[in-house]
Design a protein around this ligand. Structure first.
Ligand code: FAD
Length: 388
């Protein structure tokens, strides 16, 4: 367990992944993302420049088809790429997730005119947010206080969303609002008259800090008919499907966070001395690493399984929930372990672990809390039993 590793110990996996693309991303993460991570977190900044640069190297629309300006990549590749970005900065990772959420909703359910108008913009760096949550509706979005009503051919939206990630920089929103027949989904460009954003009273989180979360107000925002995405009243079903994509990618970020904690701690304990040997030479310390490495590898396999499910469109709700549940809890465990084995250094603000710990813990809630994910997994068991 001595000798300088040429590449971080946890990074040497690329089965089924486009190797050239992954190398480009790794280099970008090493030079642009990782060095900026502490500053983005400390100042709670949206990493606008980095996100626009990620678009230039093909990350922001990597799973869209070539004719829509995308990279035509599989989700197996996308998951691995997002893991690498999360390894450098979870805040940059979640900035991409909100872009993918908006993009995926339009790709899966949008009318052709809407797809042709907006999807090509993502490859050119369009920043987007996805707005489900309201002050009175978090996990339960079956009914909403934001309303949409028909006015001739148009839709008119009235209400307010809260806790919206990337909202401080978003140029485009995909939102849920309730119509006469139920929850529905709409595309809303930022410049639409009547739309405004502001920092709500509890907009700053302690983790995944990519700029303060915002409230988005809709004061009679008027939209053309084709800005309804998918089927009126089917918004919850559509949101559930879209969340399977974002949960899988969120799980990949959590694997990245866990790896960052693991690698940084490993680098410290291999040279830190106690009782005449390196800290890593204590078997008790090696076992911490063995346990966490096993969990990281297992979490990554779950992410790959969820990505394969997305690529094949099979059981996506179950596998994405399993991946996010396990990966987010693994990341928290990895950050906690890293603090422990590094002793006092682990507790300093100079070490990255407190940021990693805060990011890891926050991802046990954002994008689907562990409890809600367990409900989804349990539903897949119920469904199986019903079909017996
Ligand atoms: C970092 C971060 C980023 C976010 N970004 C966005 C965003 O971009 N867009 C957006 O729309 N929202 C966003 N949210 C909001 C997020 O989706 C909600 O916080 C989440 O859905 C949980 O809702 P809540 O906070 O209102 O918790 P509540 O719904 O009030 O739940 C409180 C507790 O009860 C548990 N609980 C709730 N229902 C059940 C159940 N049926 N069974 C068991 N336990 C249950 C929850 O798991 C939680 O532990 C973000 C949240 C975070 C933390």
């Amino acid at each position: 367990m001595t000798g300088e590793p040429s590449r971080p110990f946890t990074s040497n996996w690329s089965d089924g992944v486009d190797p050239e693309f992954l190398d480009v991303v790794r280099t970008f993460v090493e030079h642009r993302v990782a060095p900026a991570a502490a500053r983005i977190d400390e100042l709670d900044l949206y990493p606008r420049e980095i996100i626009k640069e990620l678009a230039l190297i093909g990350c922001n629309a990597m799973t869209l088809s070539h004719d829509l300006g995308g990279g035509g990549q599989s989700y197996v590749t996308a998951g691995r790429v997002i893991e690498e970005i999360g390894y450098g900065s979870a805040a940059v990772g979640i900035s991409l997730i909100t872009i993918f959420q908006a993009q995926t909703m339009i790709r899966l359910f949008g009318r052709e005119t809407l797809q042709a108008r907006y999807l090509p913009l993502f490859g050119r760096g369009l920043i987007a947010s996805y707005a489900l949550t309201e002050a009175a509706h978090g996990s339960d979005i079956r009914s909403l206080d934001t309303k949409a009503r028909r006015d001739g051919d148009d839709w008119v939206i009235l209400g307010e969303k809260s806790f919206i990630t990337s909202g401080s920089a978003a140029e485009f929103f995909v939102i849920l609002a309730e119509t006469e027949v139920g929850v529905s989904v709409f595309a809303v460009p930022k410049e639409t008259p009547g739309l405004s954003t502001y920092e709500g009273p509890s907009s700053a989180t302690f983790g995944l800090r990519n700029g303060p979360h915002v409230n988005v107000r809709f004061d009679s925002v008027r939209l053309p008919a084709d800005h309804l995405i998918g089927t009126e009243g089917k918004g919850v079903r559509q949101a559930a499907m879209t969340l399977s994509y974002s949960r899988t990618l969120a799980a990949a970020i959590s694997v990245g966070i866990a790896r960052a904690a693991f690698d940084h701690a490993l680098n410290y304990v291999r040279t830190r001395k106690a009782f005449g040997q390196t800290v890593l030479q204590f078997q008790g310390i090696q076992w911490y690493f063995a346990d966490i490495l096993t969990r990281i590898d297992a979490a990554r396999l779950l992410v790959v399984r969820a990505c394969e499910a997305l690529d094949r469109n099979e059981e996506v709700a179950r596998f994405s929930s399993e991946a996010k549940l396990f990966a987010s809890e693994t990341a928290t465990a990895a950050a906690s372990m890293a603090i422990q084995v590094c002793g006092a250094y682990g507790t300093t603000t100079k070490a990255p672990f407190e940021r990693l710990f805060r990011d890891a813990k926050t991802y046990e809630i954002g994008g689907g809390s562990s409890e809600v994910l367990k409900n989804t997994i349990a539903k897949s068991i119920e469904k199986y039993l019903e079909n017996q």
